[in-house]
Design a protein around this ligand. Sequence first.
Ligand SMILES: [Zn+2]
Length: 167
Amino acid sequence: MSRKHKGGFRSPGGTDSMKVTSVTDLPGLQVFPCPVCGLDDVLPMAGELRRCACQRCGTFEITGTTVATLGDWATDKPRLRAGLSAYLRQTGLQGIVPRLTSELDLTRIADSYCHTSFQTKLRRVMERYEELTSEPGDLVLLNDDLDYPLFDAASPGEVGFLTVVLV
Ligand SMILES: [Zn+2]
């Protein structure tokens, strides 16, 4: 059964198929901050399944219900949000577009990225420097603000600290 929208537009897929809506599908329409990390202007306003192309979390898909669930995390669960961001970014690196739905235990997934050892984080920061370097001795800058999910870090500040330890 298809729903009628305002203005007489019919939903093409009915309710069974989940059509992915991305920011580029809706030119000129309002977009919202990333529901996971809060980076600006990446989440389409509407759609059953929305594609979010976040520079910090990478590209992922999320259902409207899950966007609402994460709204509750806004103030009281900053560490879990960083963990979820790490999950998304690192899954994306494997060539997978992760999909956040209400069937997933988001707290458990996020939490599994919140207890990474200090040594592992340091190693990842070093590996990232290595990736960015083409010649030994090159000046390389990490983008702490966008790349902290790569290291399971809680914030850009933690990446700054890890970098200081390395130097
Ligand atoms: Zn994000």
